[in-house]
Design a protein around this ligand. Structure first.
Ligand code: FMN
Length: 371
């Protein structure tokens, strides 16, 4: 059995989930129905997404939580093993693994990623991250480094070379020295699994342009998104490559706009987990470039609601309109988060996906099925 990775089919606006492997998903809220990321719920959400024809499942890579009353994100599943588990219970959807360059050796990553690519018959995806939270690195006895993408470039070179040689090779770099390195099996996807880099700042964008198929990034509004996409296009051109930009949004989709807005206010303002929001915003602002500077000043509620991502709040029609605008802005797709993926995905899929199909930016699941 073999699949063509559906994310490489260019004609539609791709949709997936982000962060179902972690407590809270991407929200920082105290509401009792918030995502607890029990394995059974994770699996059910994945199967709902798979059956509905969503394109990918993208986990967060988190080792330490954000504290607060709920100890948000402290519970999170490791992403290679998570993807392997989901590969066995899904049929079509692409399963990403989010991997920290400074924490995972590329030889280990090559073998683990290839293993999932075999279990899933070619549905594995690699999301490369360099990380941003020094408290997380300290648990490993390490530190944030100044130029993480220099290391990431060596990391990616090694991993991709391992998939494309039969002969053991030596590597003598600044960060890695390998003797007679070889891995088997290599990935099912050739020359390597689909790859993205989650980043916002210029060094991350350049790394994505040189080494990845997609950049996974945040944006604050459509105008800013347009500028980012134009910038990315230039960087890809300079690298002599073609690549796309994916983004991420948090969703509250309800029958009426009032219901959606009331629930949004309830979970992300009245019931925000203040300690976790304060910690996460402080650390991200100090140590990461993963958001526009303005986002911290203007959009605290977005951090409580969805880690500073773009809000999609309203009726199915309003949310479909916003997704169409994202497509028109030039994004190739978006990862989506929900307060409770298992409970909220069915309504979203039943009501929003047909509107995107009518608008011609997605194809119905049967027509889009891989052989
Ligand atoms: C959309 C998005 C998703 C990210 N996901 C993760 C993640 O799962 N784990 C993590 O440690 N860092 C994550 N990051 C942060 C990156 O690791 C990156 O190192 C950080 O954003 C530093 O700044 P840069 O984006 O300019 O590289 C993410 C960043 C973005 C923009």
């Amino acid at each position: 059995m073999s699949f063509v990775n559906c994310m490489l089919e260019p004609s539609t606006f791709k949709l997936g989930t982000f962060s179902t492997n972690a407590d809270g998903g991407s929200a920082l809220t105290k509401v009792p129905e918030r995502w607890k990321a029990s394995w059974d719920d994770v699996q059910e959400a994945a199967q709902i997404a798979d059956r509905a024809g969503l394109d990918f499942i993208l986990p967060i890579a988190r080792w330490k939580g954000f504290g607060g009353e709920t100890r948000a994100r402290e519970h999170s599943f490791e992403t290679f093993t998570y993807a392997a588990g989901l590969a066995a219970v899904t049929r079509r959807i692409v399963l990403f693994m989010t991997v920290h360059v400074p924490l995972v050796h590329p030889l280990y990553a090559a073998k683990a990623l290839a293993t999932v690519d075999h279990i899933s018959h070619g549905r594995a995806g690699l999301n490369i991250v360099c990380g941003w939270n020094p408290d997380e690195f300290a648990m490993f006895g390490g530190k944030l480094v100044d130029r993480p993408y220099d290391q990431a470039a060596e990391w990616a070179d090694i991993l991709f070379k391992l998939y494309n040689t039969n002969t053991p090779f030596d590597f003598d770099g600044k960060f890695y020295q390998l003797n007679h390195a070889i891995t088997s099996p290599v990935s099912v996807q050739r020359p390597r699994p689909i790859t993205m880099n989650a980043a916002f700042g210029p060094p991350g964008r350049d790394f994505a342009a040189r080494h990845c198929d997609f950049l996974f990034t945040t944006f604050t509004d459509m105008e800013a998104g347009k500028v980012q996409i134009a910038d990315m296009r230039q960087r890809a051109e300079a690298a002599g490559r073609e690549m796309g930009v994916y983004t991420v949004a948090h969703v509250v989709c309800r029958e009426t706009e009032k219901e959606a807005r009331d629930y949004y206010r309830y979970y992300s303002a009245e019931q925000e987990d203040t300690g976790a929001v304060d910690y996460m915003m402080r650390q991200k602002k100090t140590f990461s470039r993963s958001h526009d500077e303005e986002a911290y000043r203007k959009y605290r509620q977005r951090f409580a609601a969805g880690t500073g991502t773009y809000p999609l709040v309203g009726t199915p029609e309003q949310i479909a309109q916003e997704l169409i605008r994202m497509h028109q802005t030039g994004f190739k797709g978006s990862a989506l988060t929900f307060v409770n993926y298992r409970d909220e995905l069915p309504f979203f899929c039943e009501r929003v996906l047909p509107l995107l199909e009518q608008a011609g930016i997605r194809v119905p699941v049967q027509a889009g099925m891989q052989p």
